[in-house]
Design a protein around this ligand. Structure first.
Ligand SMILES: C[C@@](CO)(OP(=O)(O)O)[C@H](O)COP(=O)(O)OP(=O)(O)OC[C@H]1O[C@@H](n2ccc(N)nc2=O)[C@H](O)[C@@H]1O
Ligand SMILES: Nc1ncnc2c1ncn2[C@@H]1O[C@H](COP(=O)(O)OP(=O)(O)O)[C@@H](O)[C@H]1O
Length: 278
């Protein structure tokens, strides 16, 4: 595979807390979440094409779990940006798929956001000339937060973003996933409809993930992932998004790495990623 001209990391997303407040008439859910991002993720590369074609090739550990067809969020993002900018530029896109698919860490949303950042650069589009927030929101509820990929408070269906005075950079994180896909729609559908109260973003550690219980109905293995993670004595362990990935926040990289080694040894069929918040 050729070396791409430009590349961007599609930073893995973690919902440090996620409170579901109401089911809307259109089936979507009002929520409040503190989004944070890891320093690692998928890697997206791009090389310009003169003929205006858009192509996508996928490699990496989870390449077989998704199609490189027209509905891939990377290609949808590229087409949306090109249309908004009124240009006919092309690109060969290469996605190194390192994050498990449908796993609550926003792989698809992060890929879409990375595609927007990357193609703005490749095609020399000024962000002032396109309504990036609108393009992002049309691609998925999480894409606006993934665009900036910095700690942010989200309301509405996740697209109403408010800055938050929290610096969590460099905090050691361990992500653990049982490698059972956990699709977002069925998890929201299994939510019991009870509003358990608002999220104070500055008090997120005492918050909740209201999707954990419904996600465990869809993927029962999440219960064991959380128990195994908690046994490693992190500062905090919780499920991210609609699952099934759970995260542990550790006091030091040494404690995080020791936990990863034990979990990899005891659960060789699970996926883990030792990373940091950015
Ligand atoms: C739960 C969260 C938390 O960050 O993350 P993930 O678990 O997907 O990573 C997000 O809200 C997910 O956002 P995103 O992954 O963009 O969702 P979408 O593709 O737009 O929606 C997939 C489906 O989930 C349901 N959905 C999504 C968002 C929302 N606020 N309410 C919903 O009910 C809808 O049934 C929708 O058709
Ligand atoms: N580039 C992509 N990466 C991952 N999933 C994608 C991508 N493009 C489209 N999808 C679709 O989006 C769905 C949600 O994937 P993903 O964003 O990984 O889940 P989650 O938001 O739960 O982490 C997948 O089931 C997949 O079919």
């Amino acid at each position: 595979m050729q070396v791409p001209a430009l590349s961007e990391i599609a930073f893995a997303k973690v919902n440090l807390a996620l409170h579901v407040r109401a089911r809307r008439a259109d089936g979507y859910h009002e929520l409040e979440s503190l989004f944070a991002f890891c320093t690692d993720g998928d890697v997206l590369g791009a090389t310009a094409r003169e003929d205006g074609a858009l192509t996508l090739a996928i490699e990496g550990p989870f390449a077989d779990d998704l199609s490189a067809g027209e509905d891939n969020l990377v290609l949808r993002a590229a087409r949306a940006l090109r249309e908004a900018a009124g240009i006919r530029s092309g690109a060969d896109l290469m996605l190194d798929k390192r994050l498990p698919v449908a796993s609550g860490i926003g792989g698809g949303s992060a890929d879409a956001a990375a595609a927007l950042r990357l193609l703005l650069r490749l095609w020399a589009i000024s962000p002032a000339d396109v309504d990036l927030a609108r393009i992002a929101a049309a691609l998925g509820a999480d894409v606006p937060a993934c665009l900036g990929s910095h700690t942010v408070f989200g309301a509405g269906i996740g697209e109403k973003l408010e800055p938050v005075a929290l610096d969590l950079a460099d905090m050691p994180v361990l992500l653990v996933n049982p490698l059972v896909a956990c699709p977002t729609g069925p998890v929201f559908a299994a939510w019991d409809g009870e509003d358990r109260g608002p999220l104070d973003p500055l008090d997120w550690a005492r918050g909740r993930n209201d999707l954990a219980a419904p996600a465990m109905e869809v993927v029962p293995e999440i219960d064991e992932v959380l128990a195994v993670l908690r046994a490693q004595l992190p500062r905090l362990a919780r499920m991210s998004g609609s699952g099934a990935t759970c995260f542990g926040l550790f006091a030091s990289t040494a404690e995080r790495d020791a936990a990863a080694t034990r979990i990899d040894r005891d659960h060789p069929d699970w996926w883990t990623l030792s990373t940091r918040l950015r």
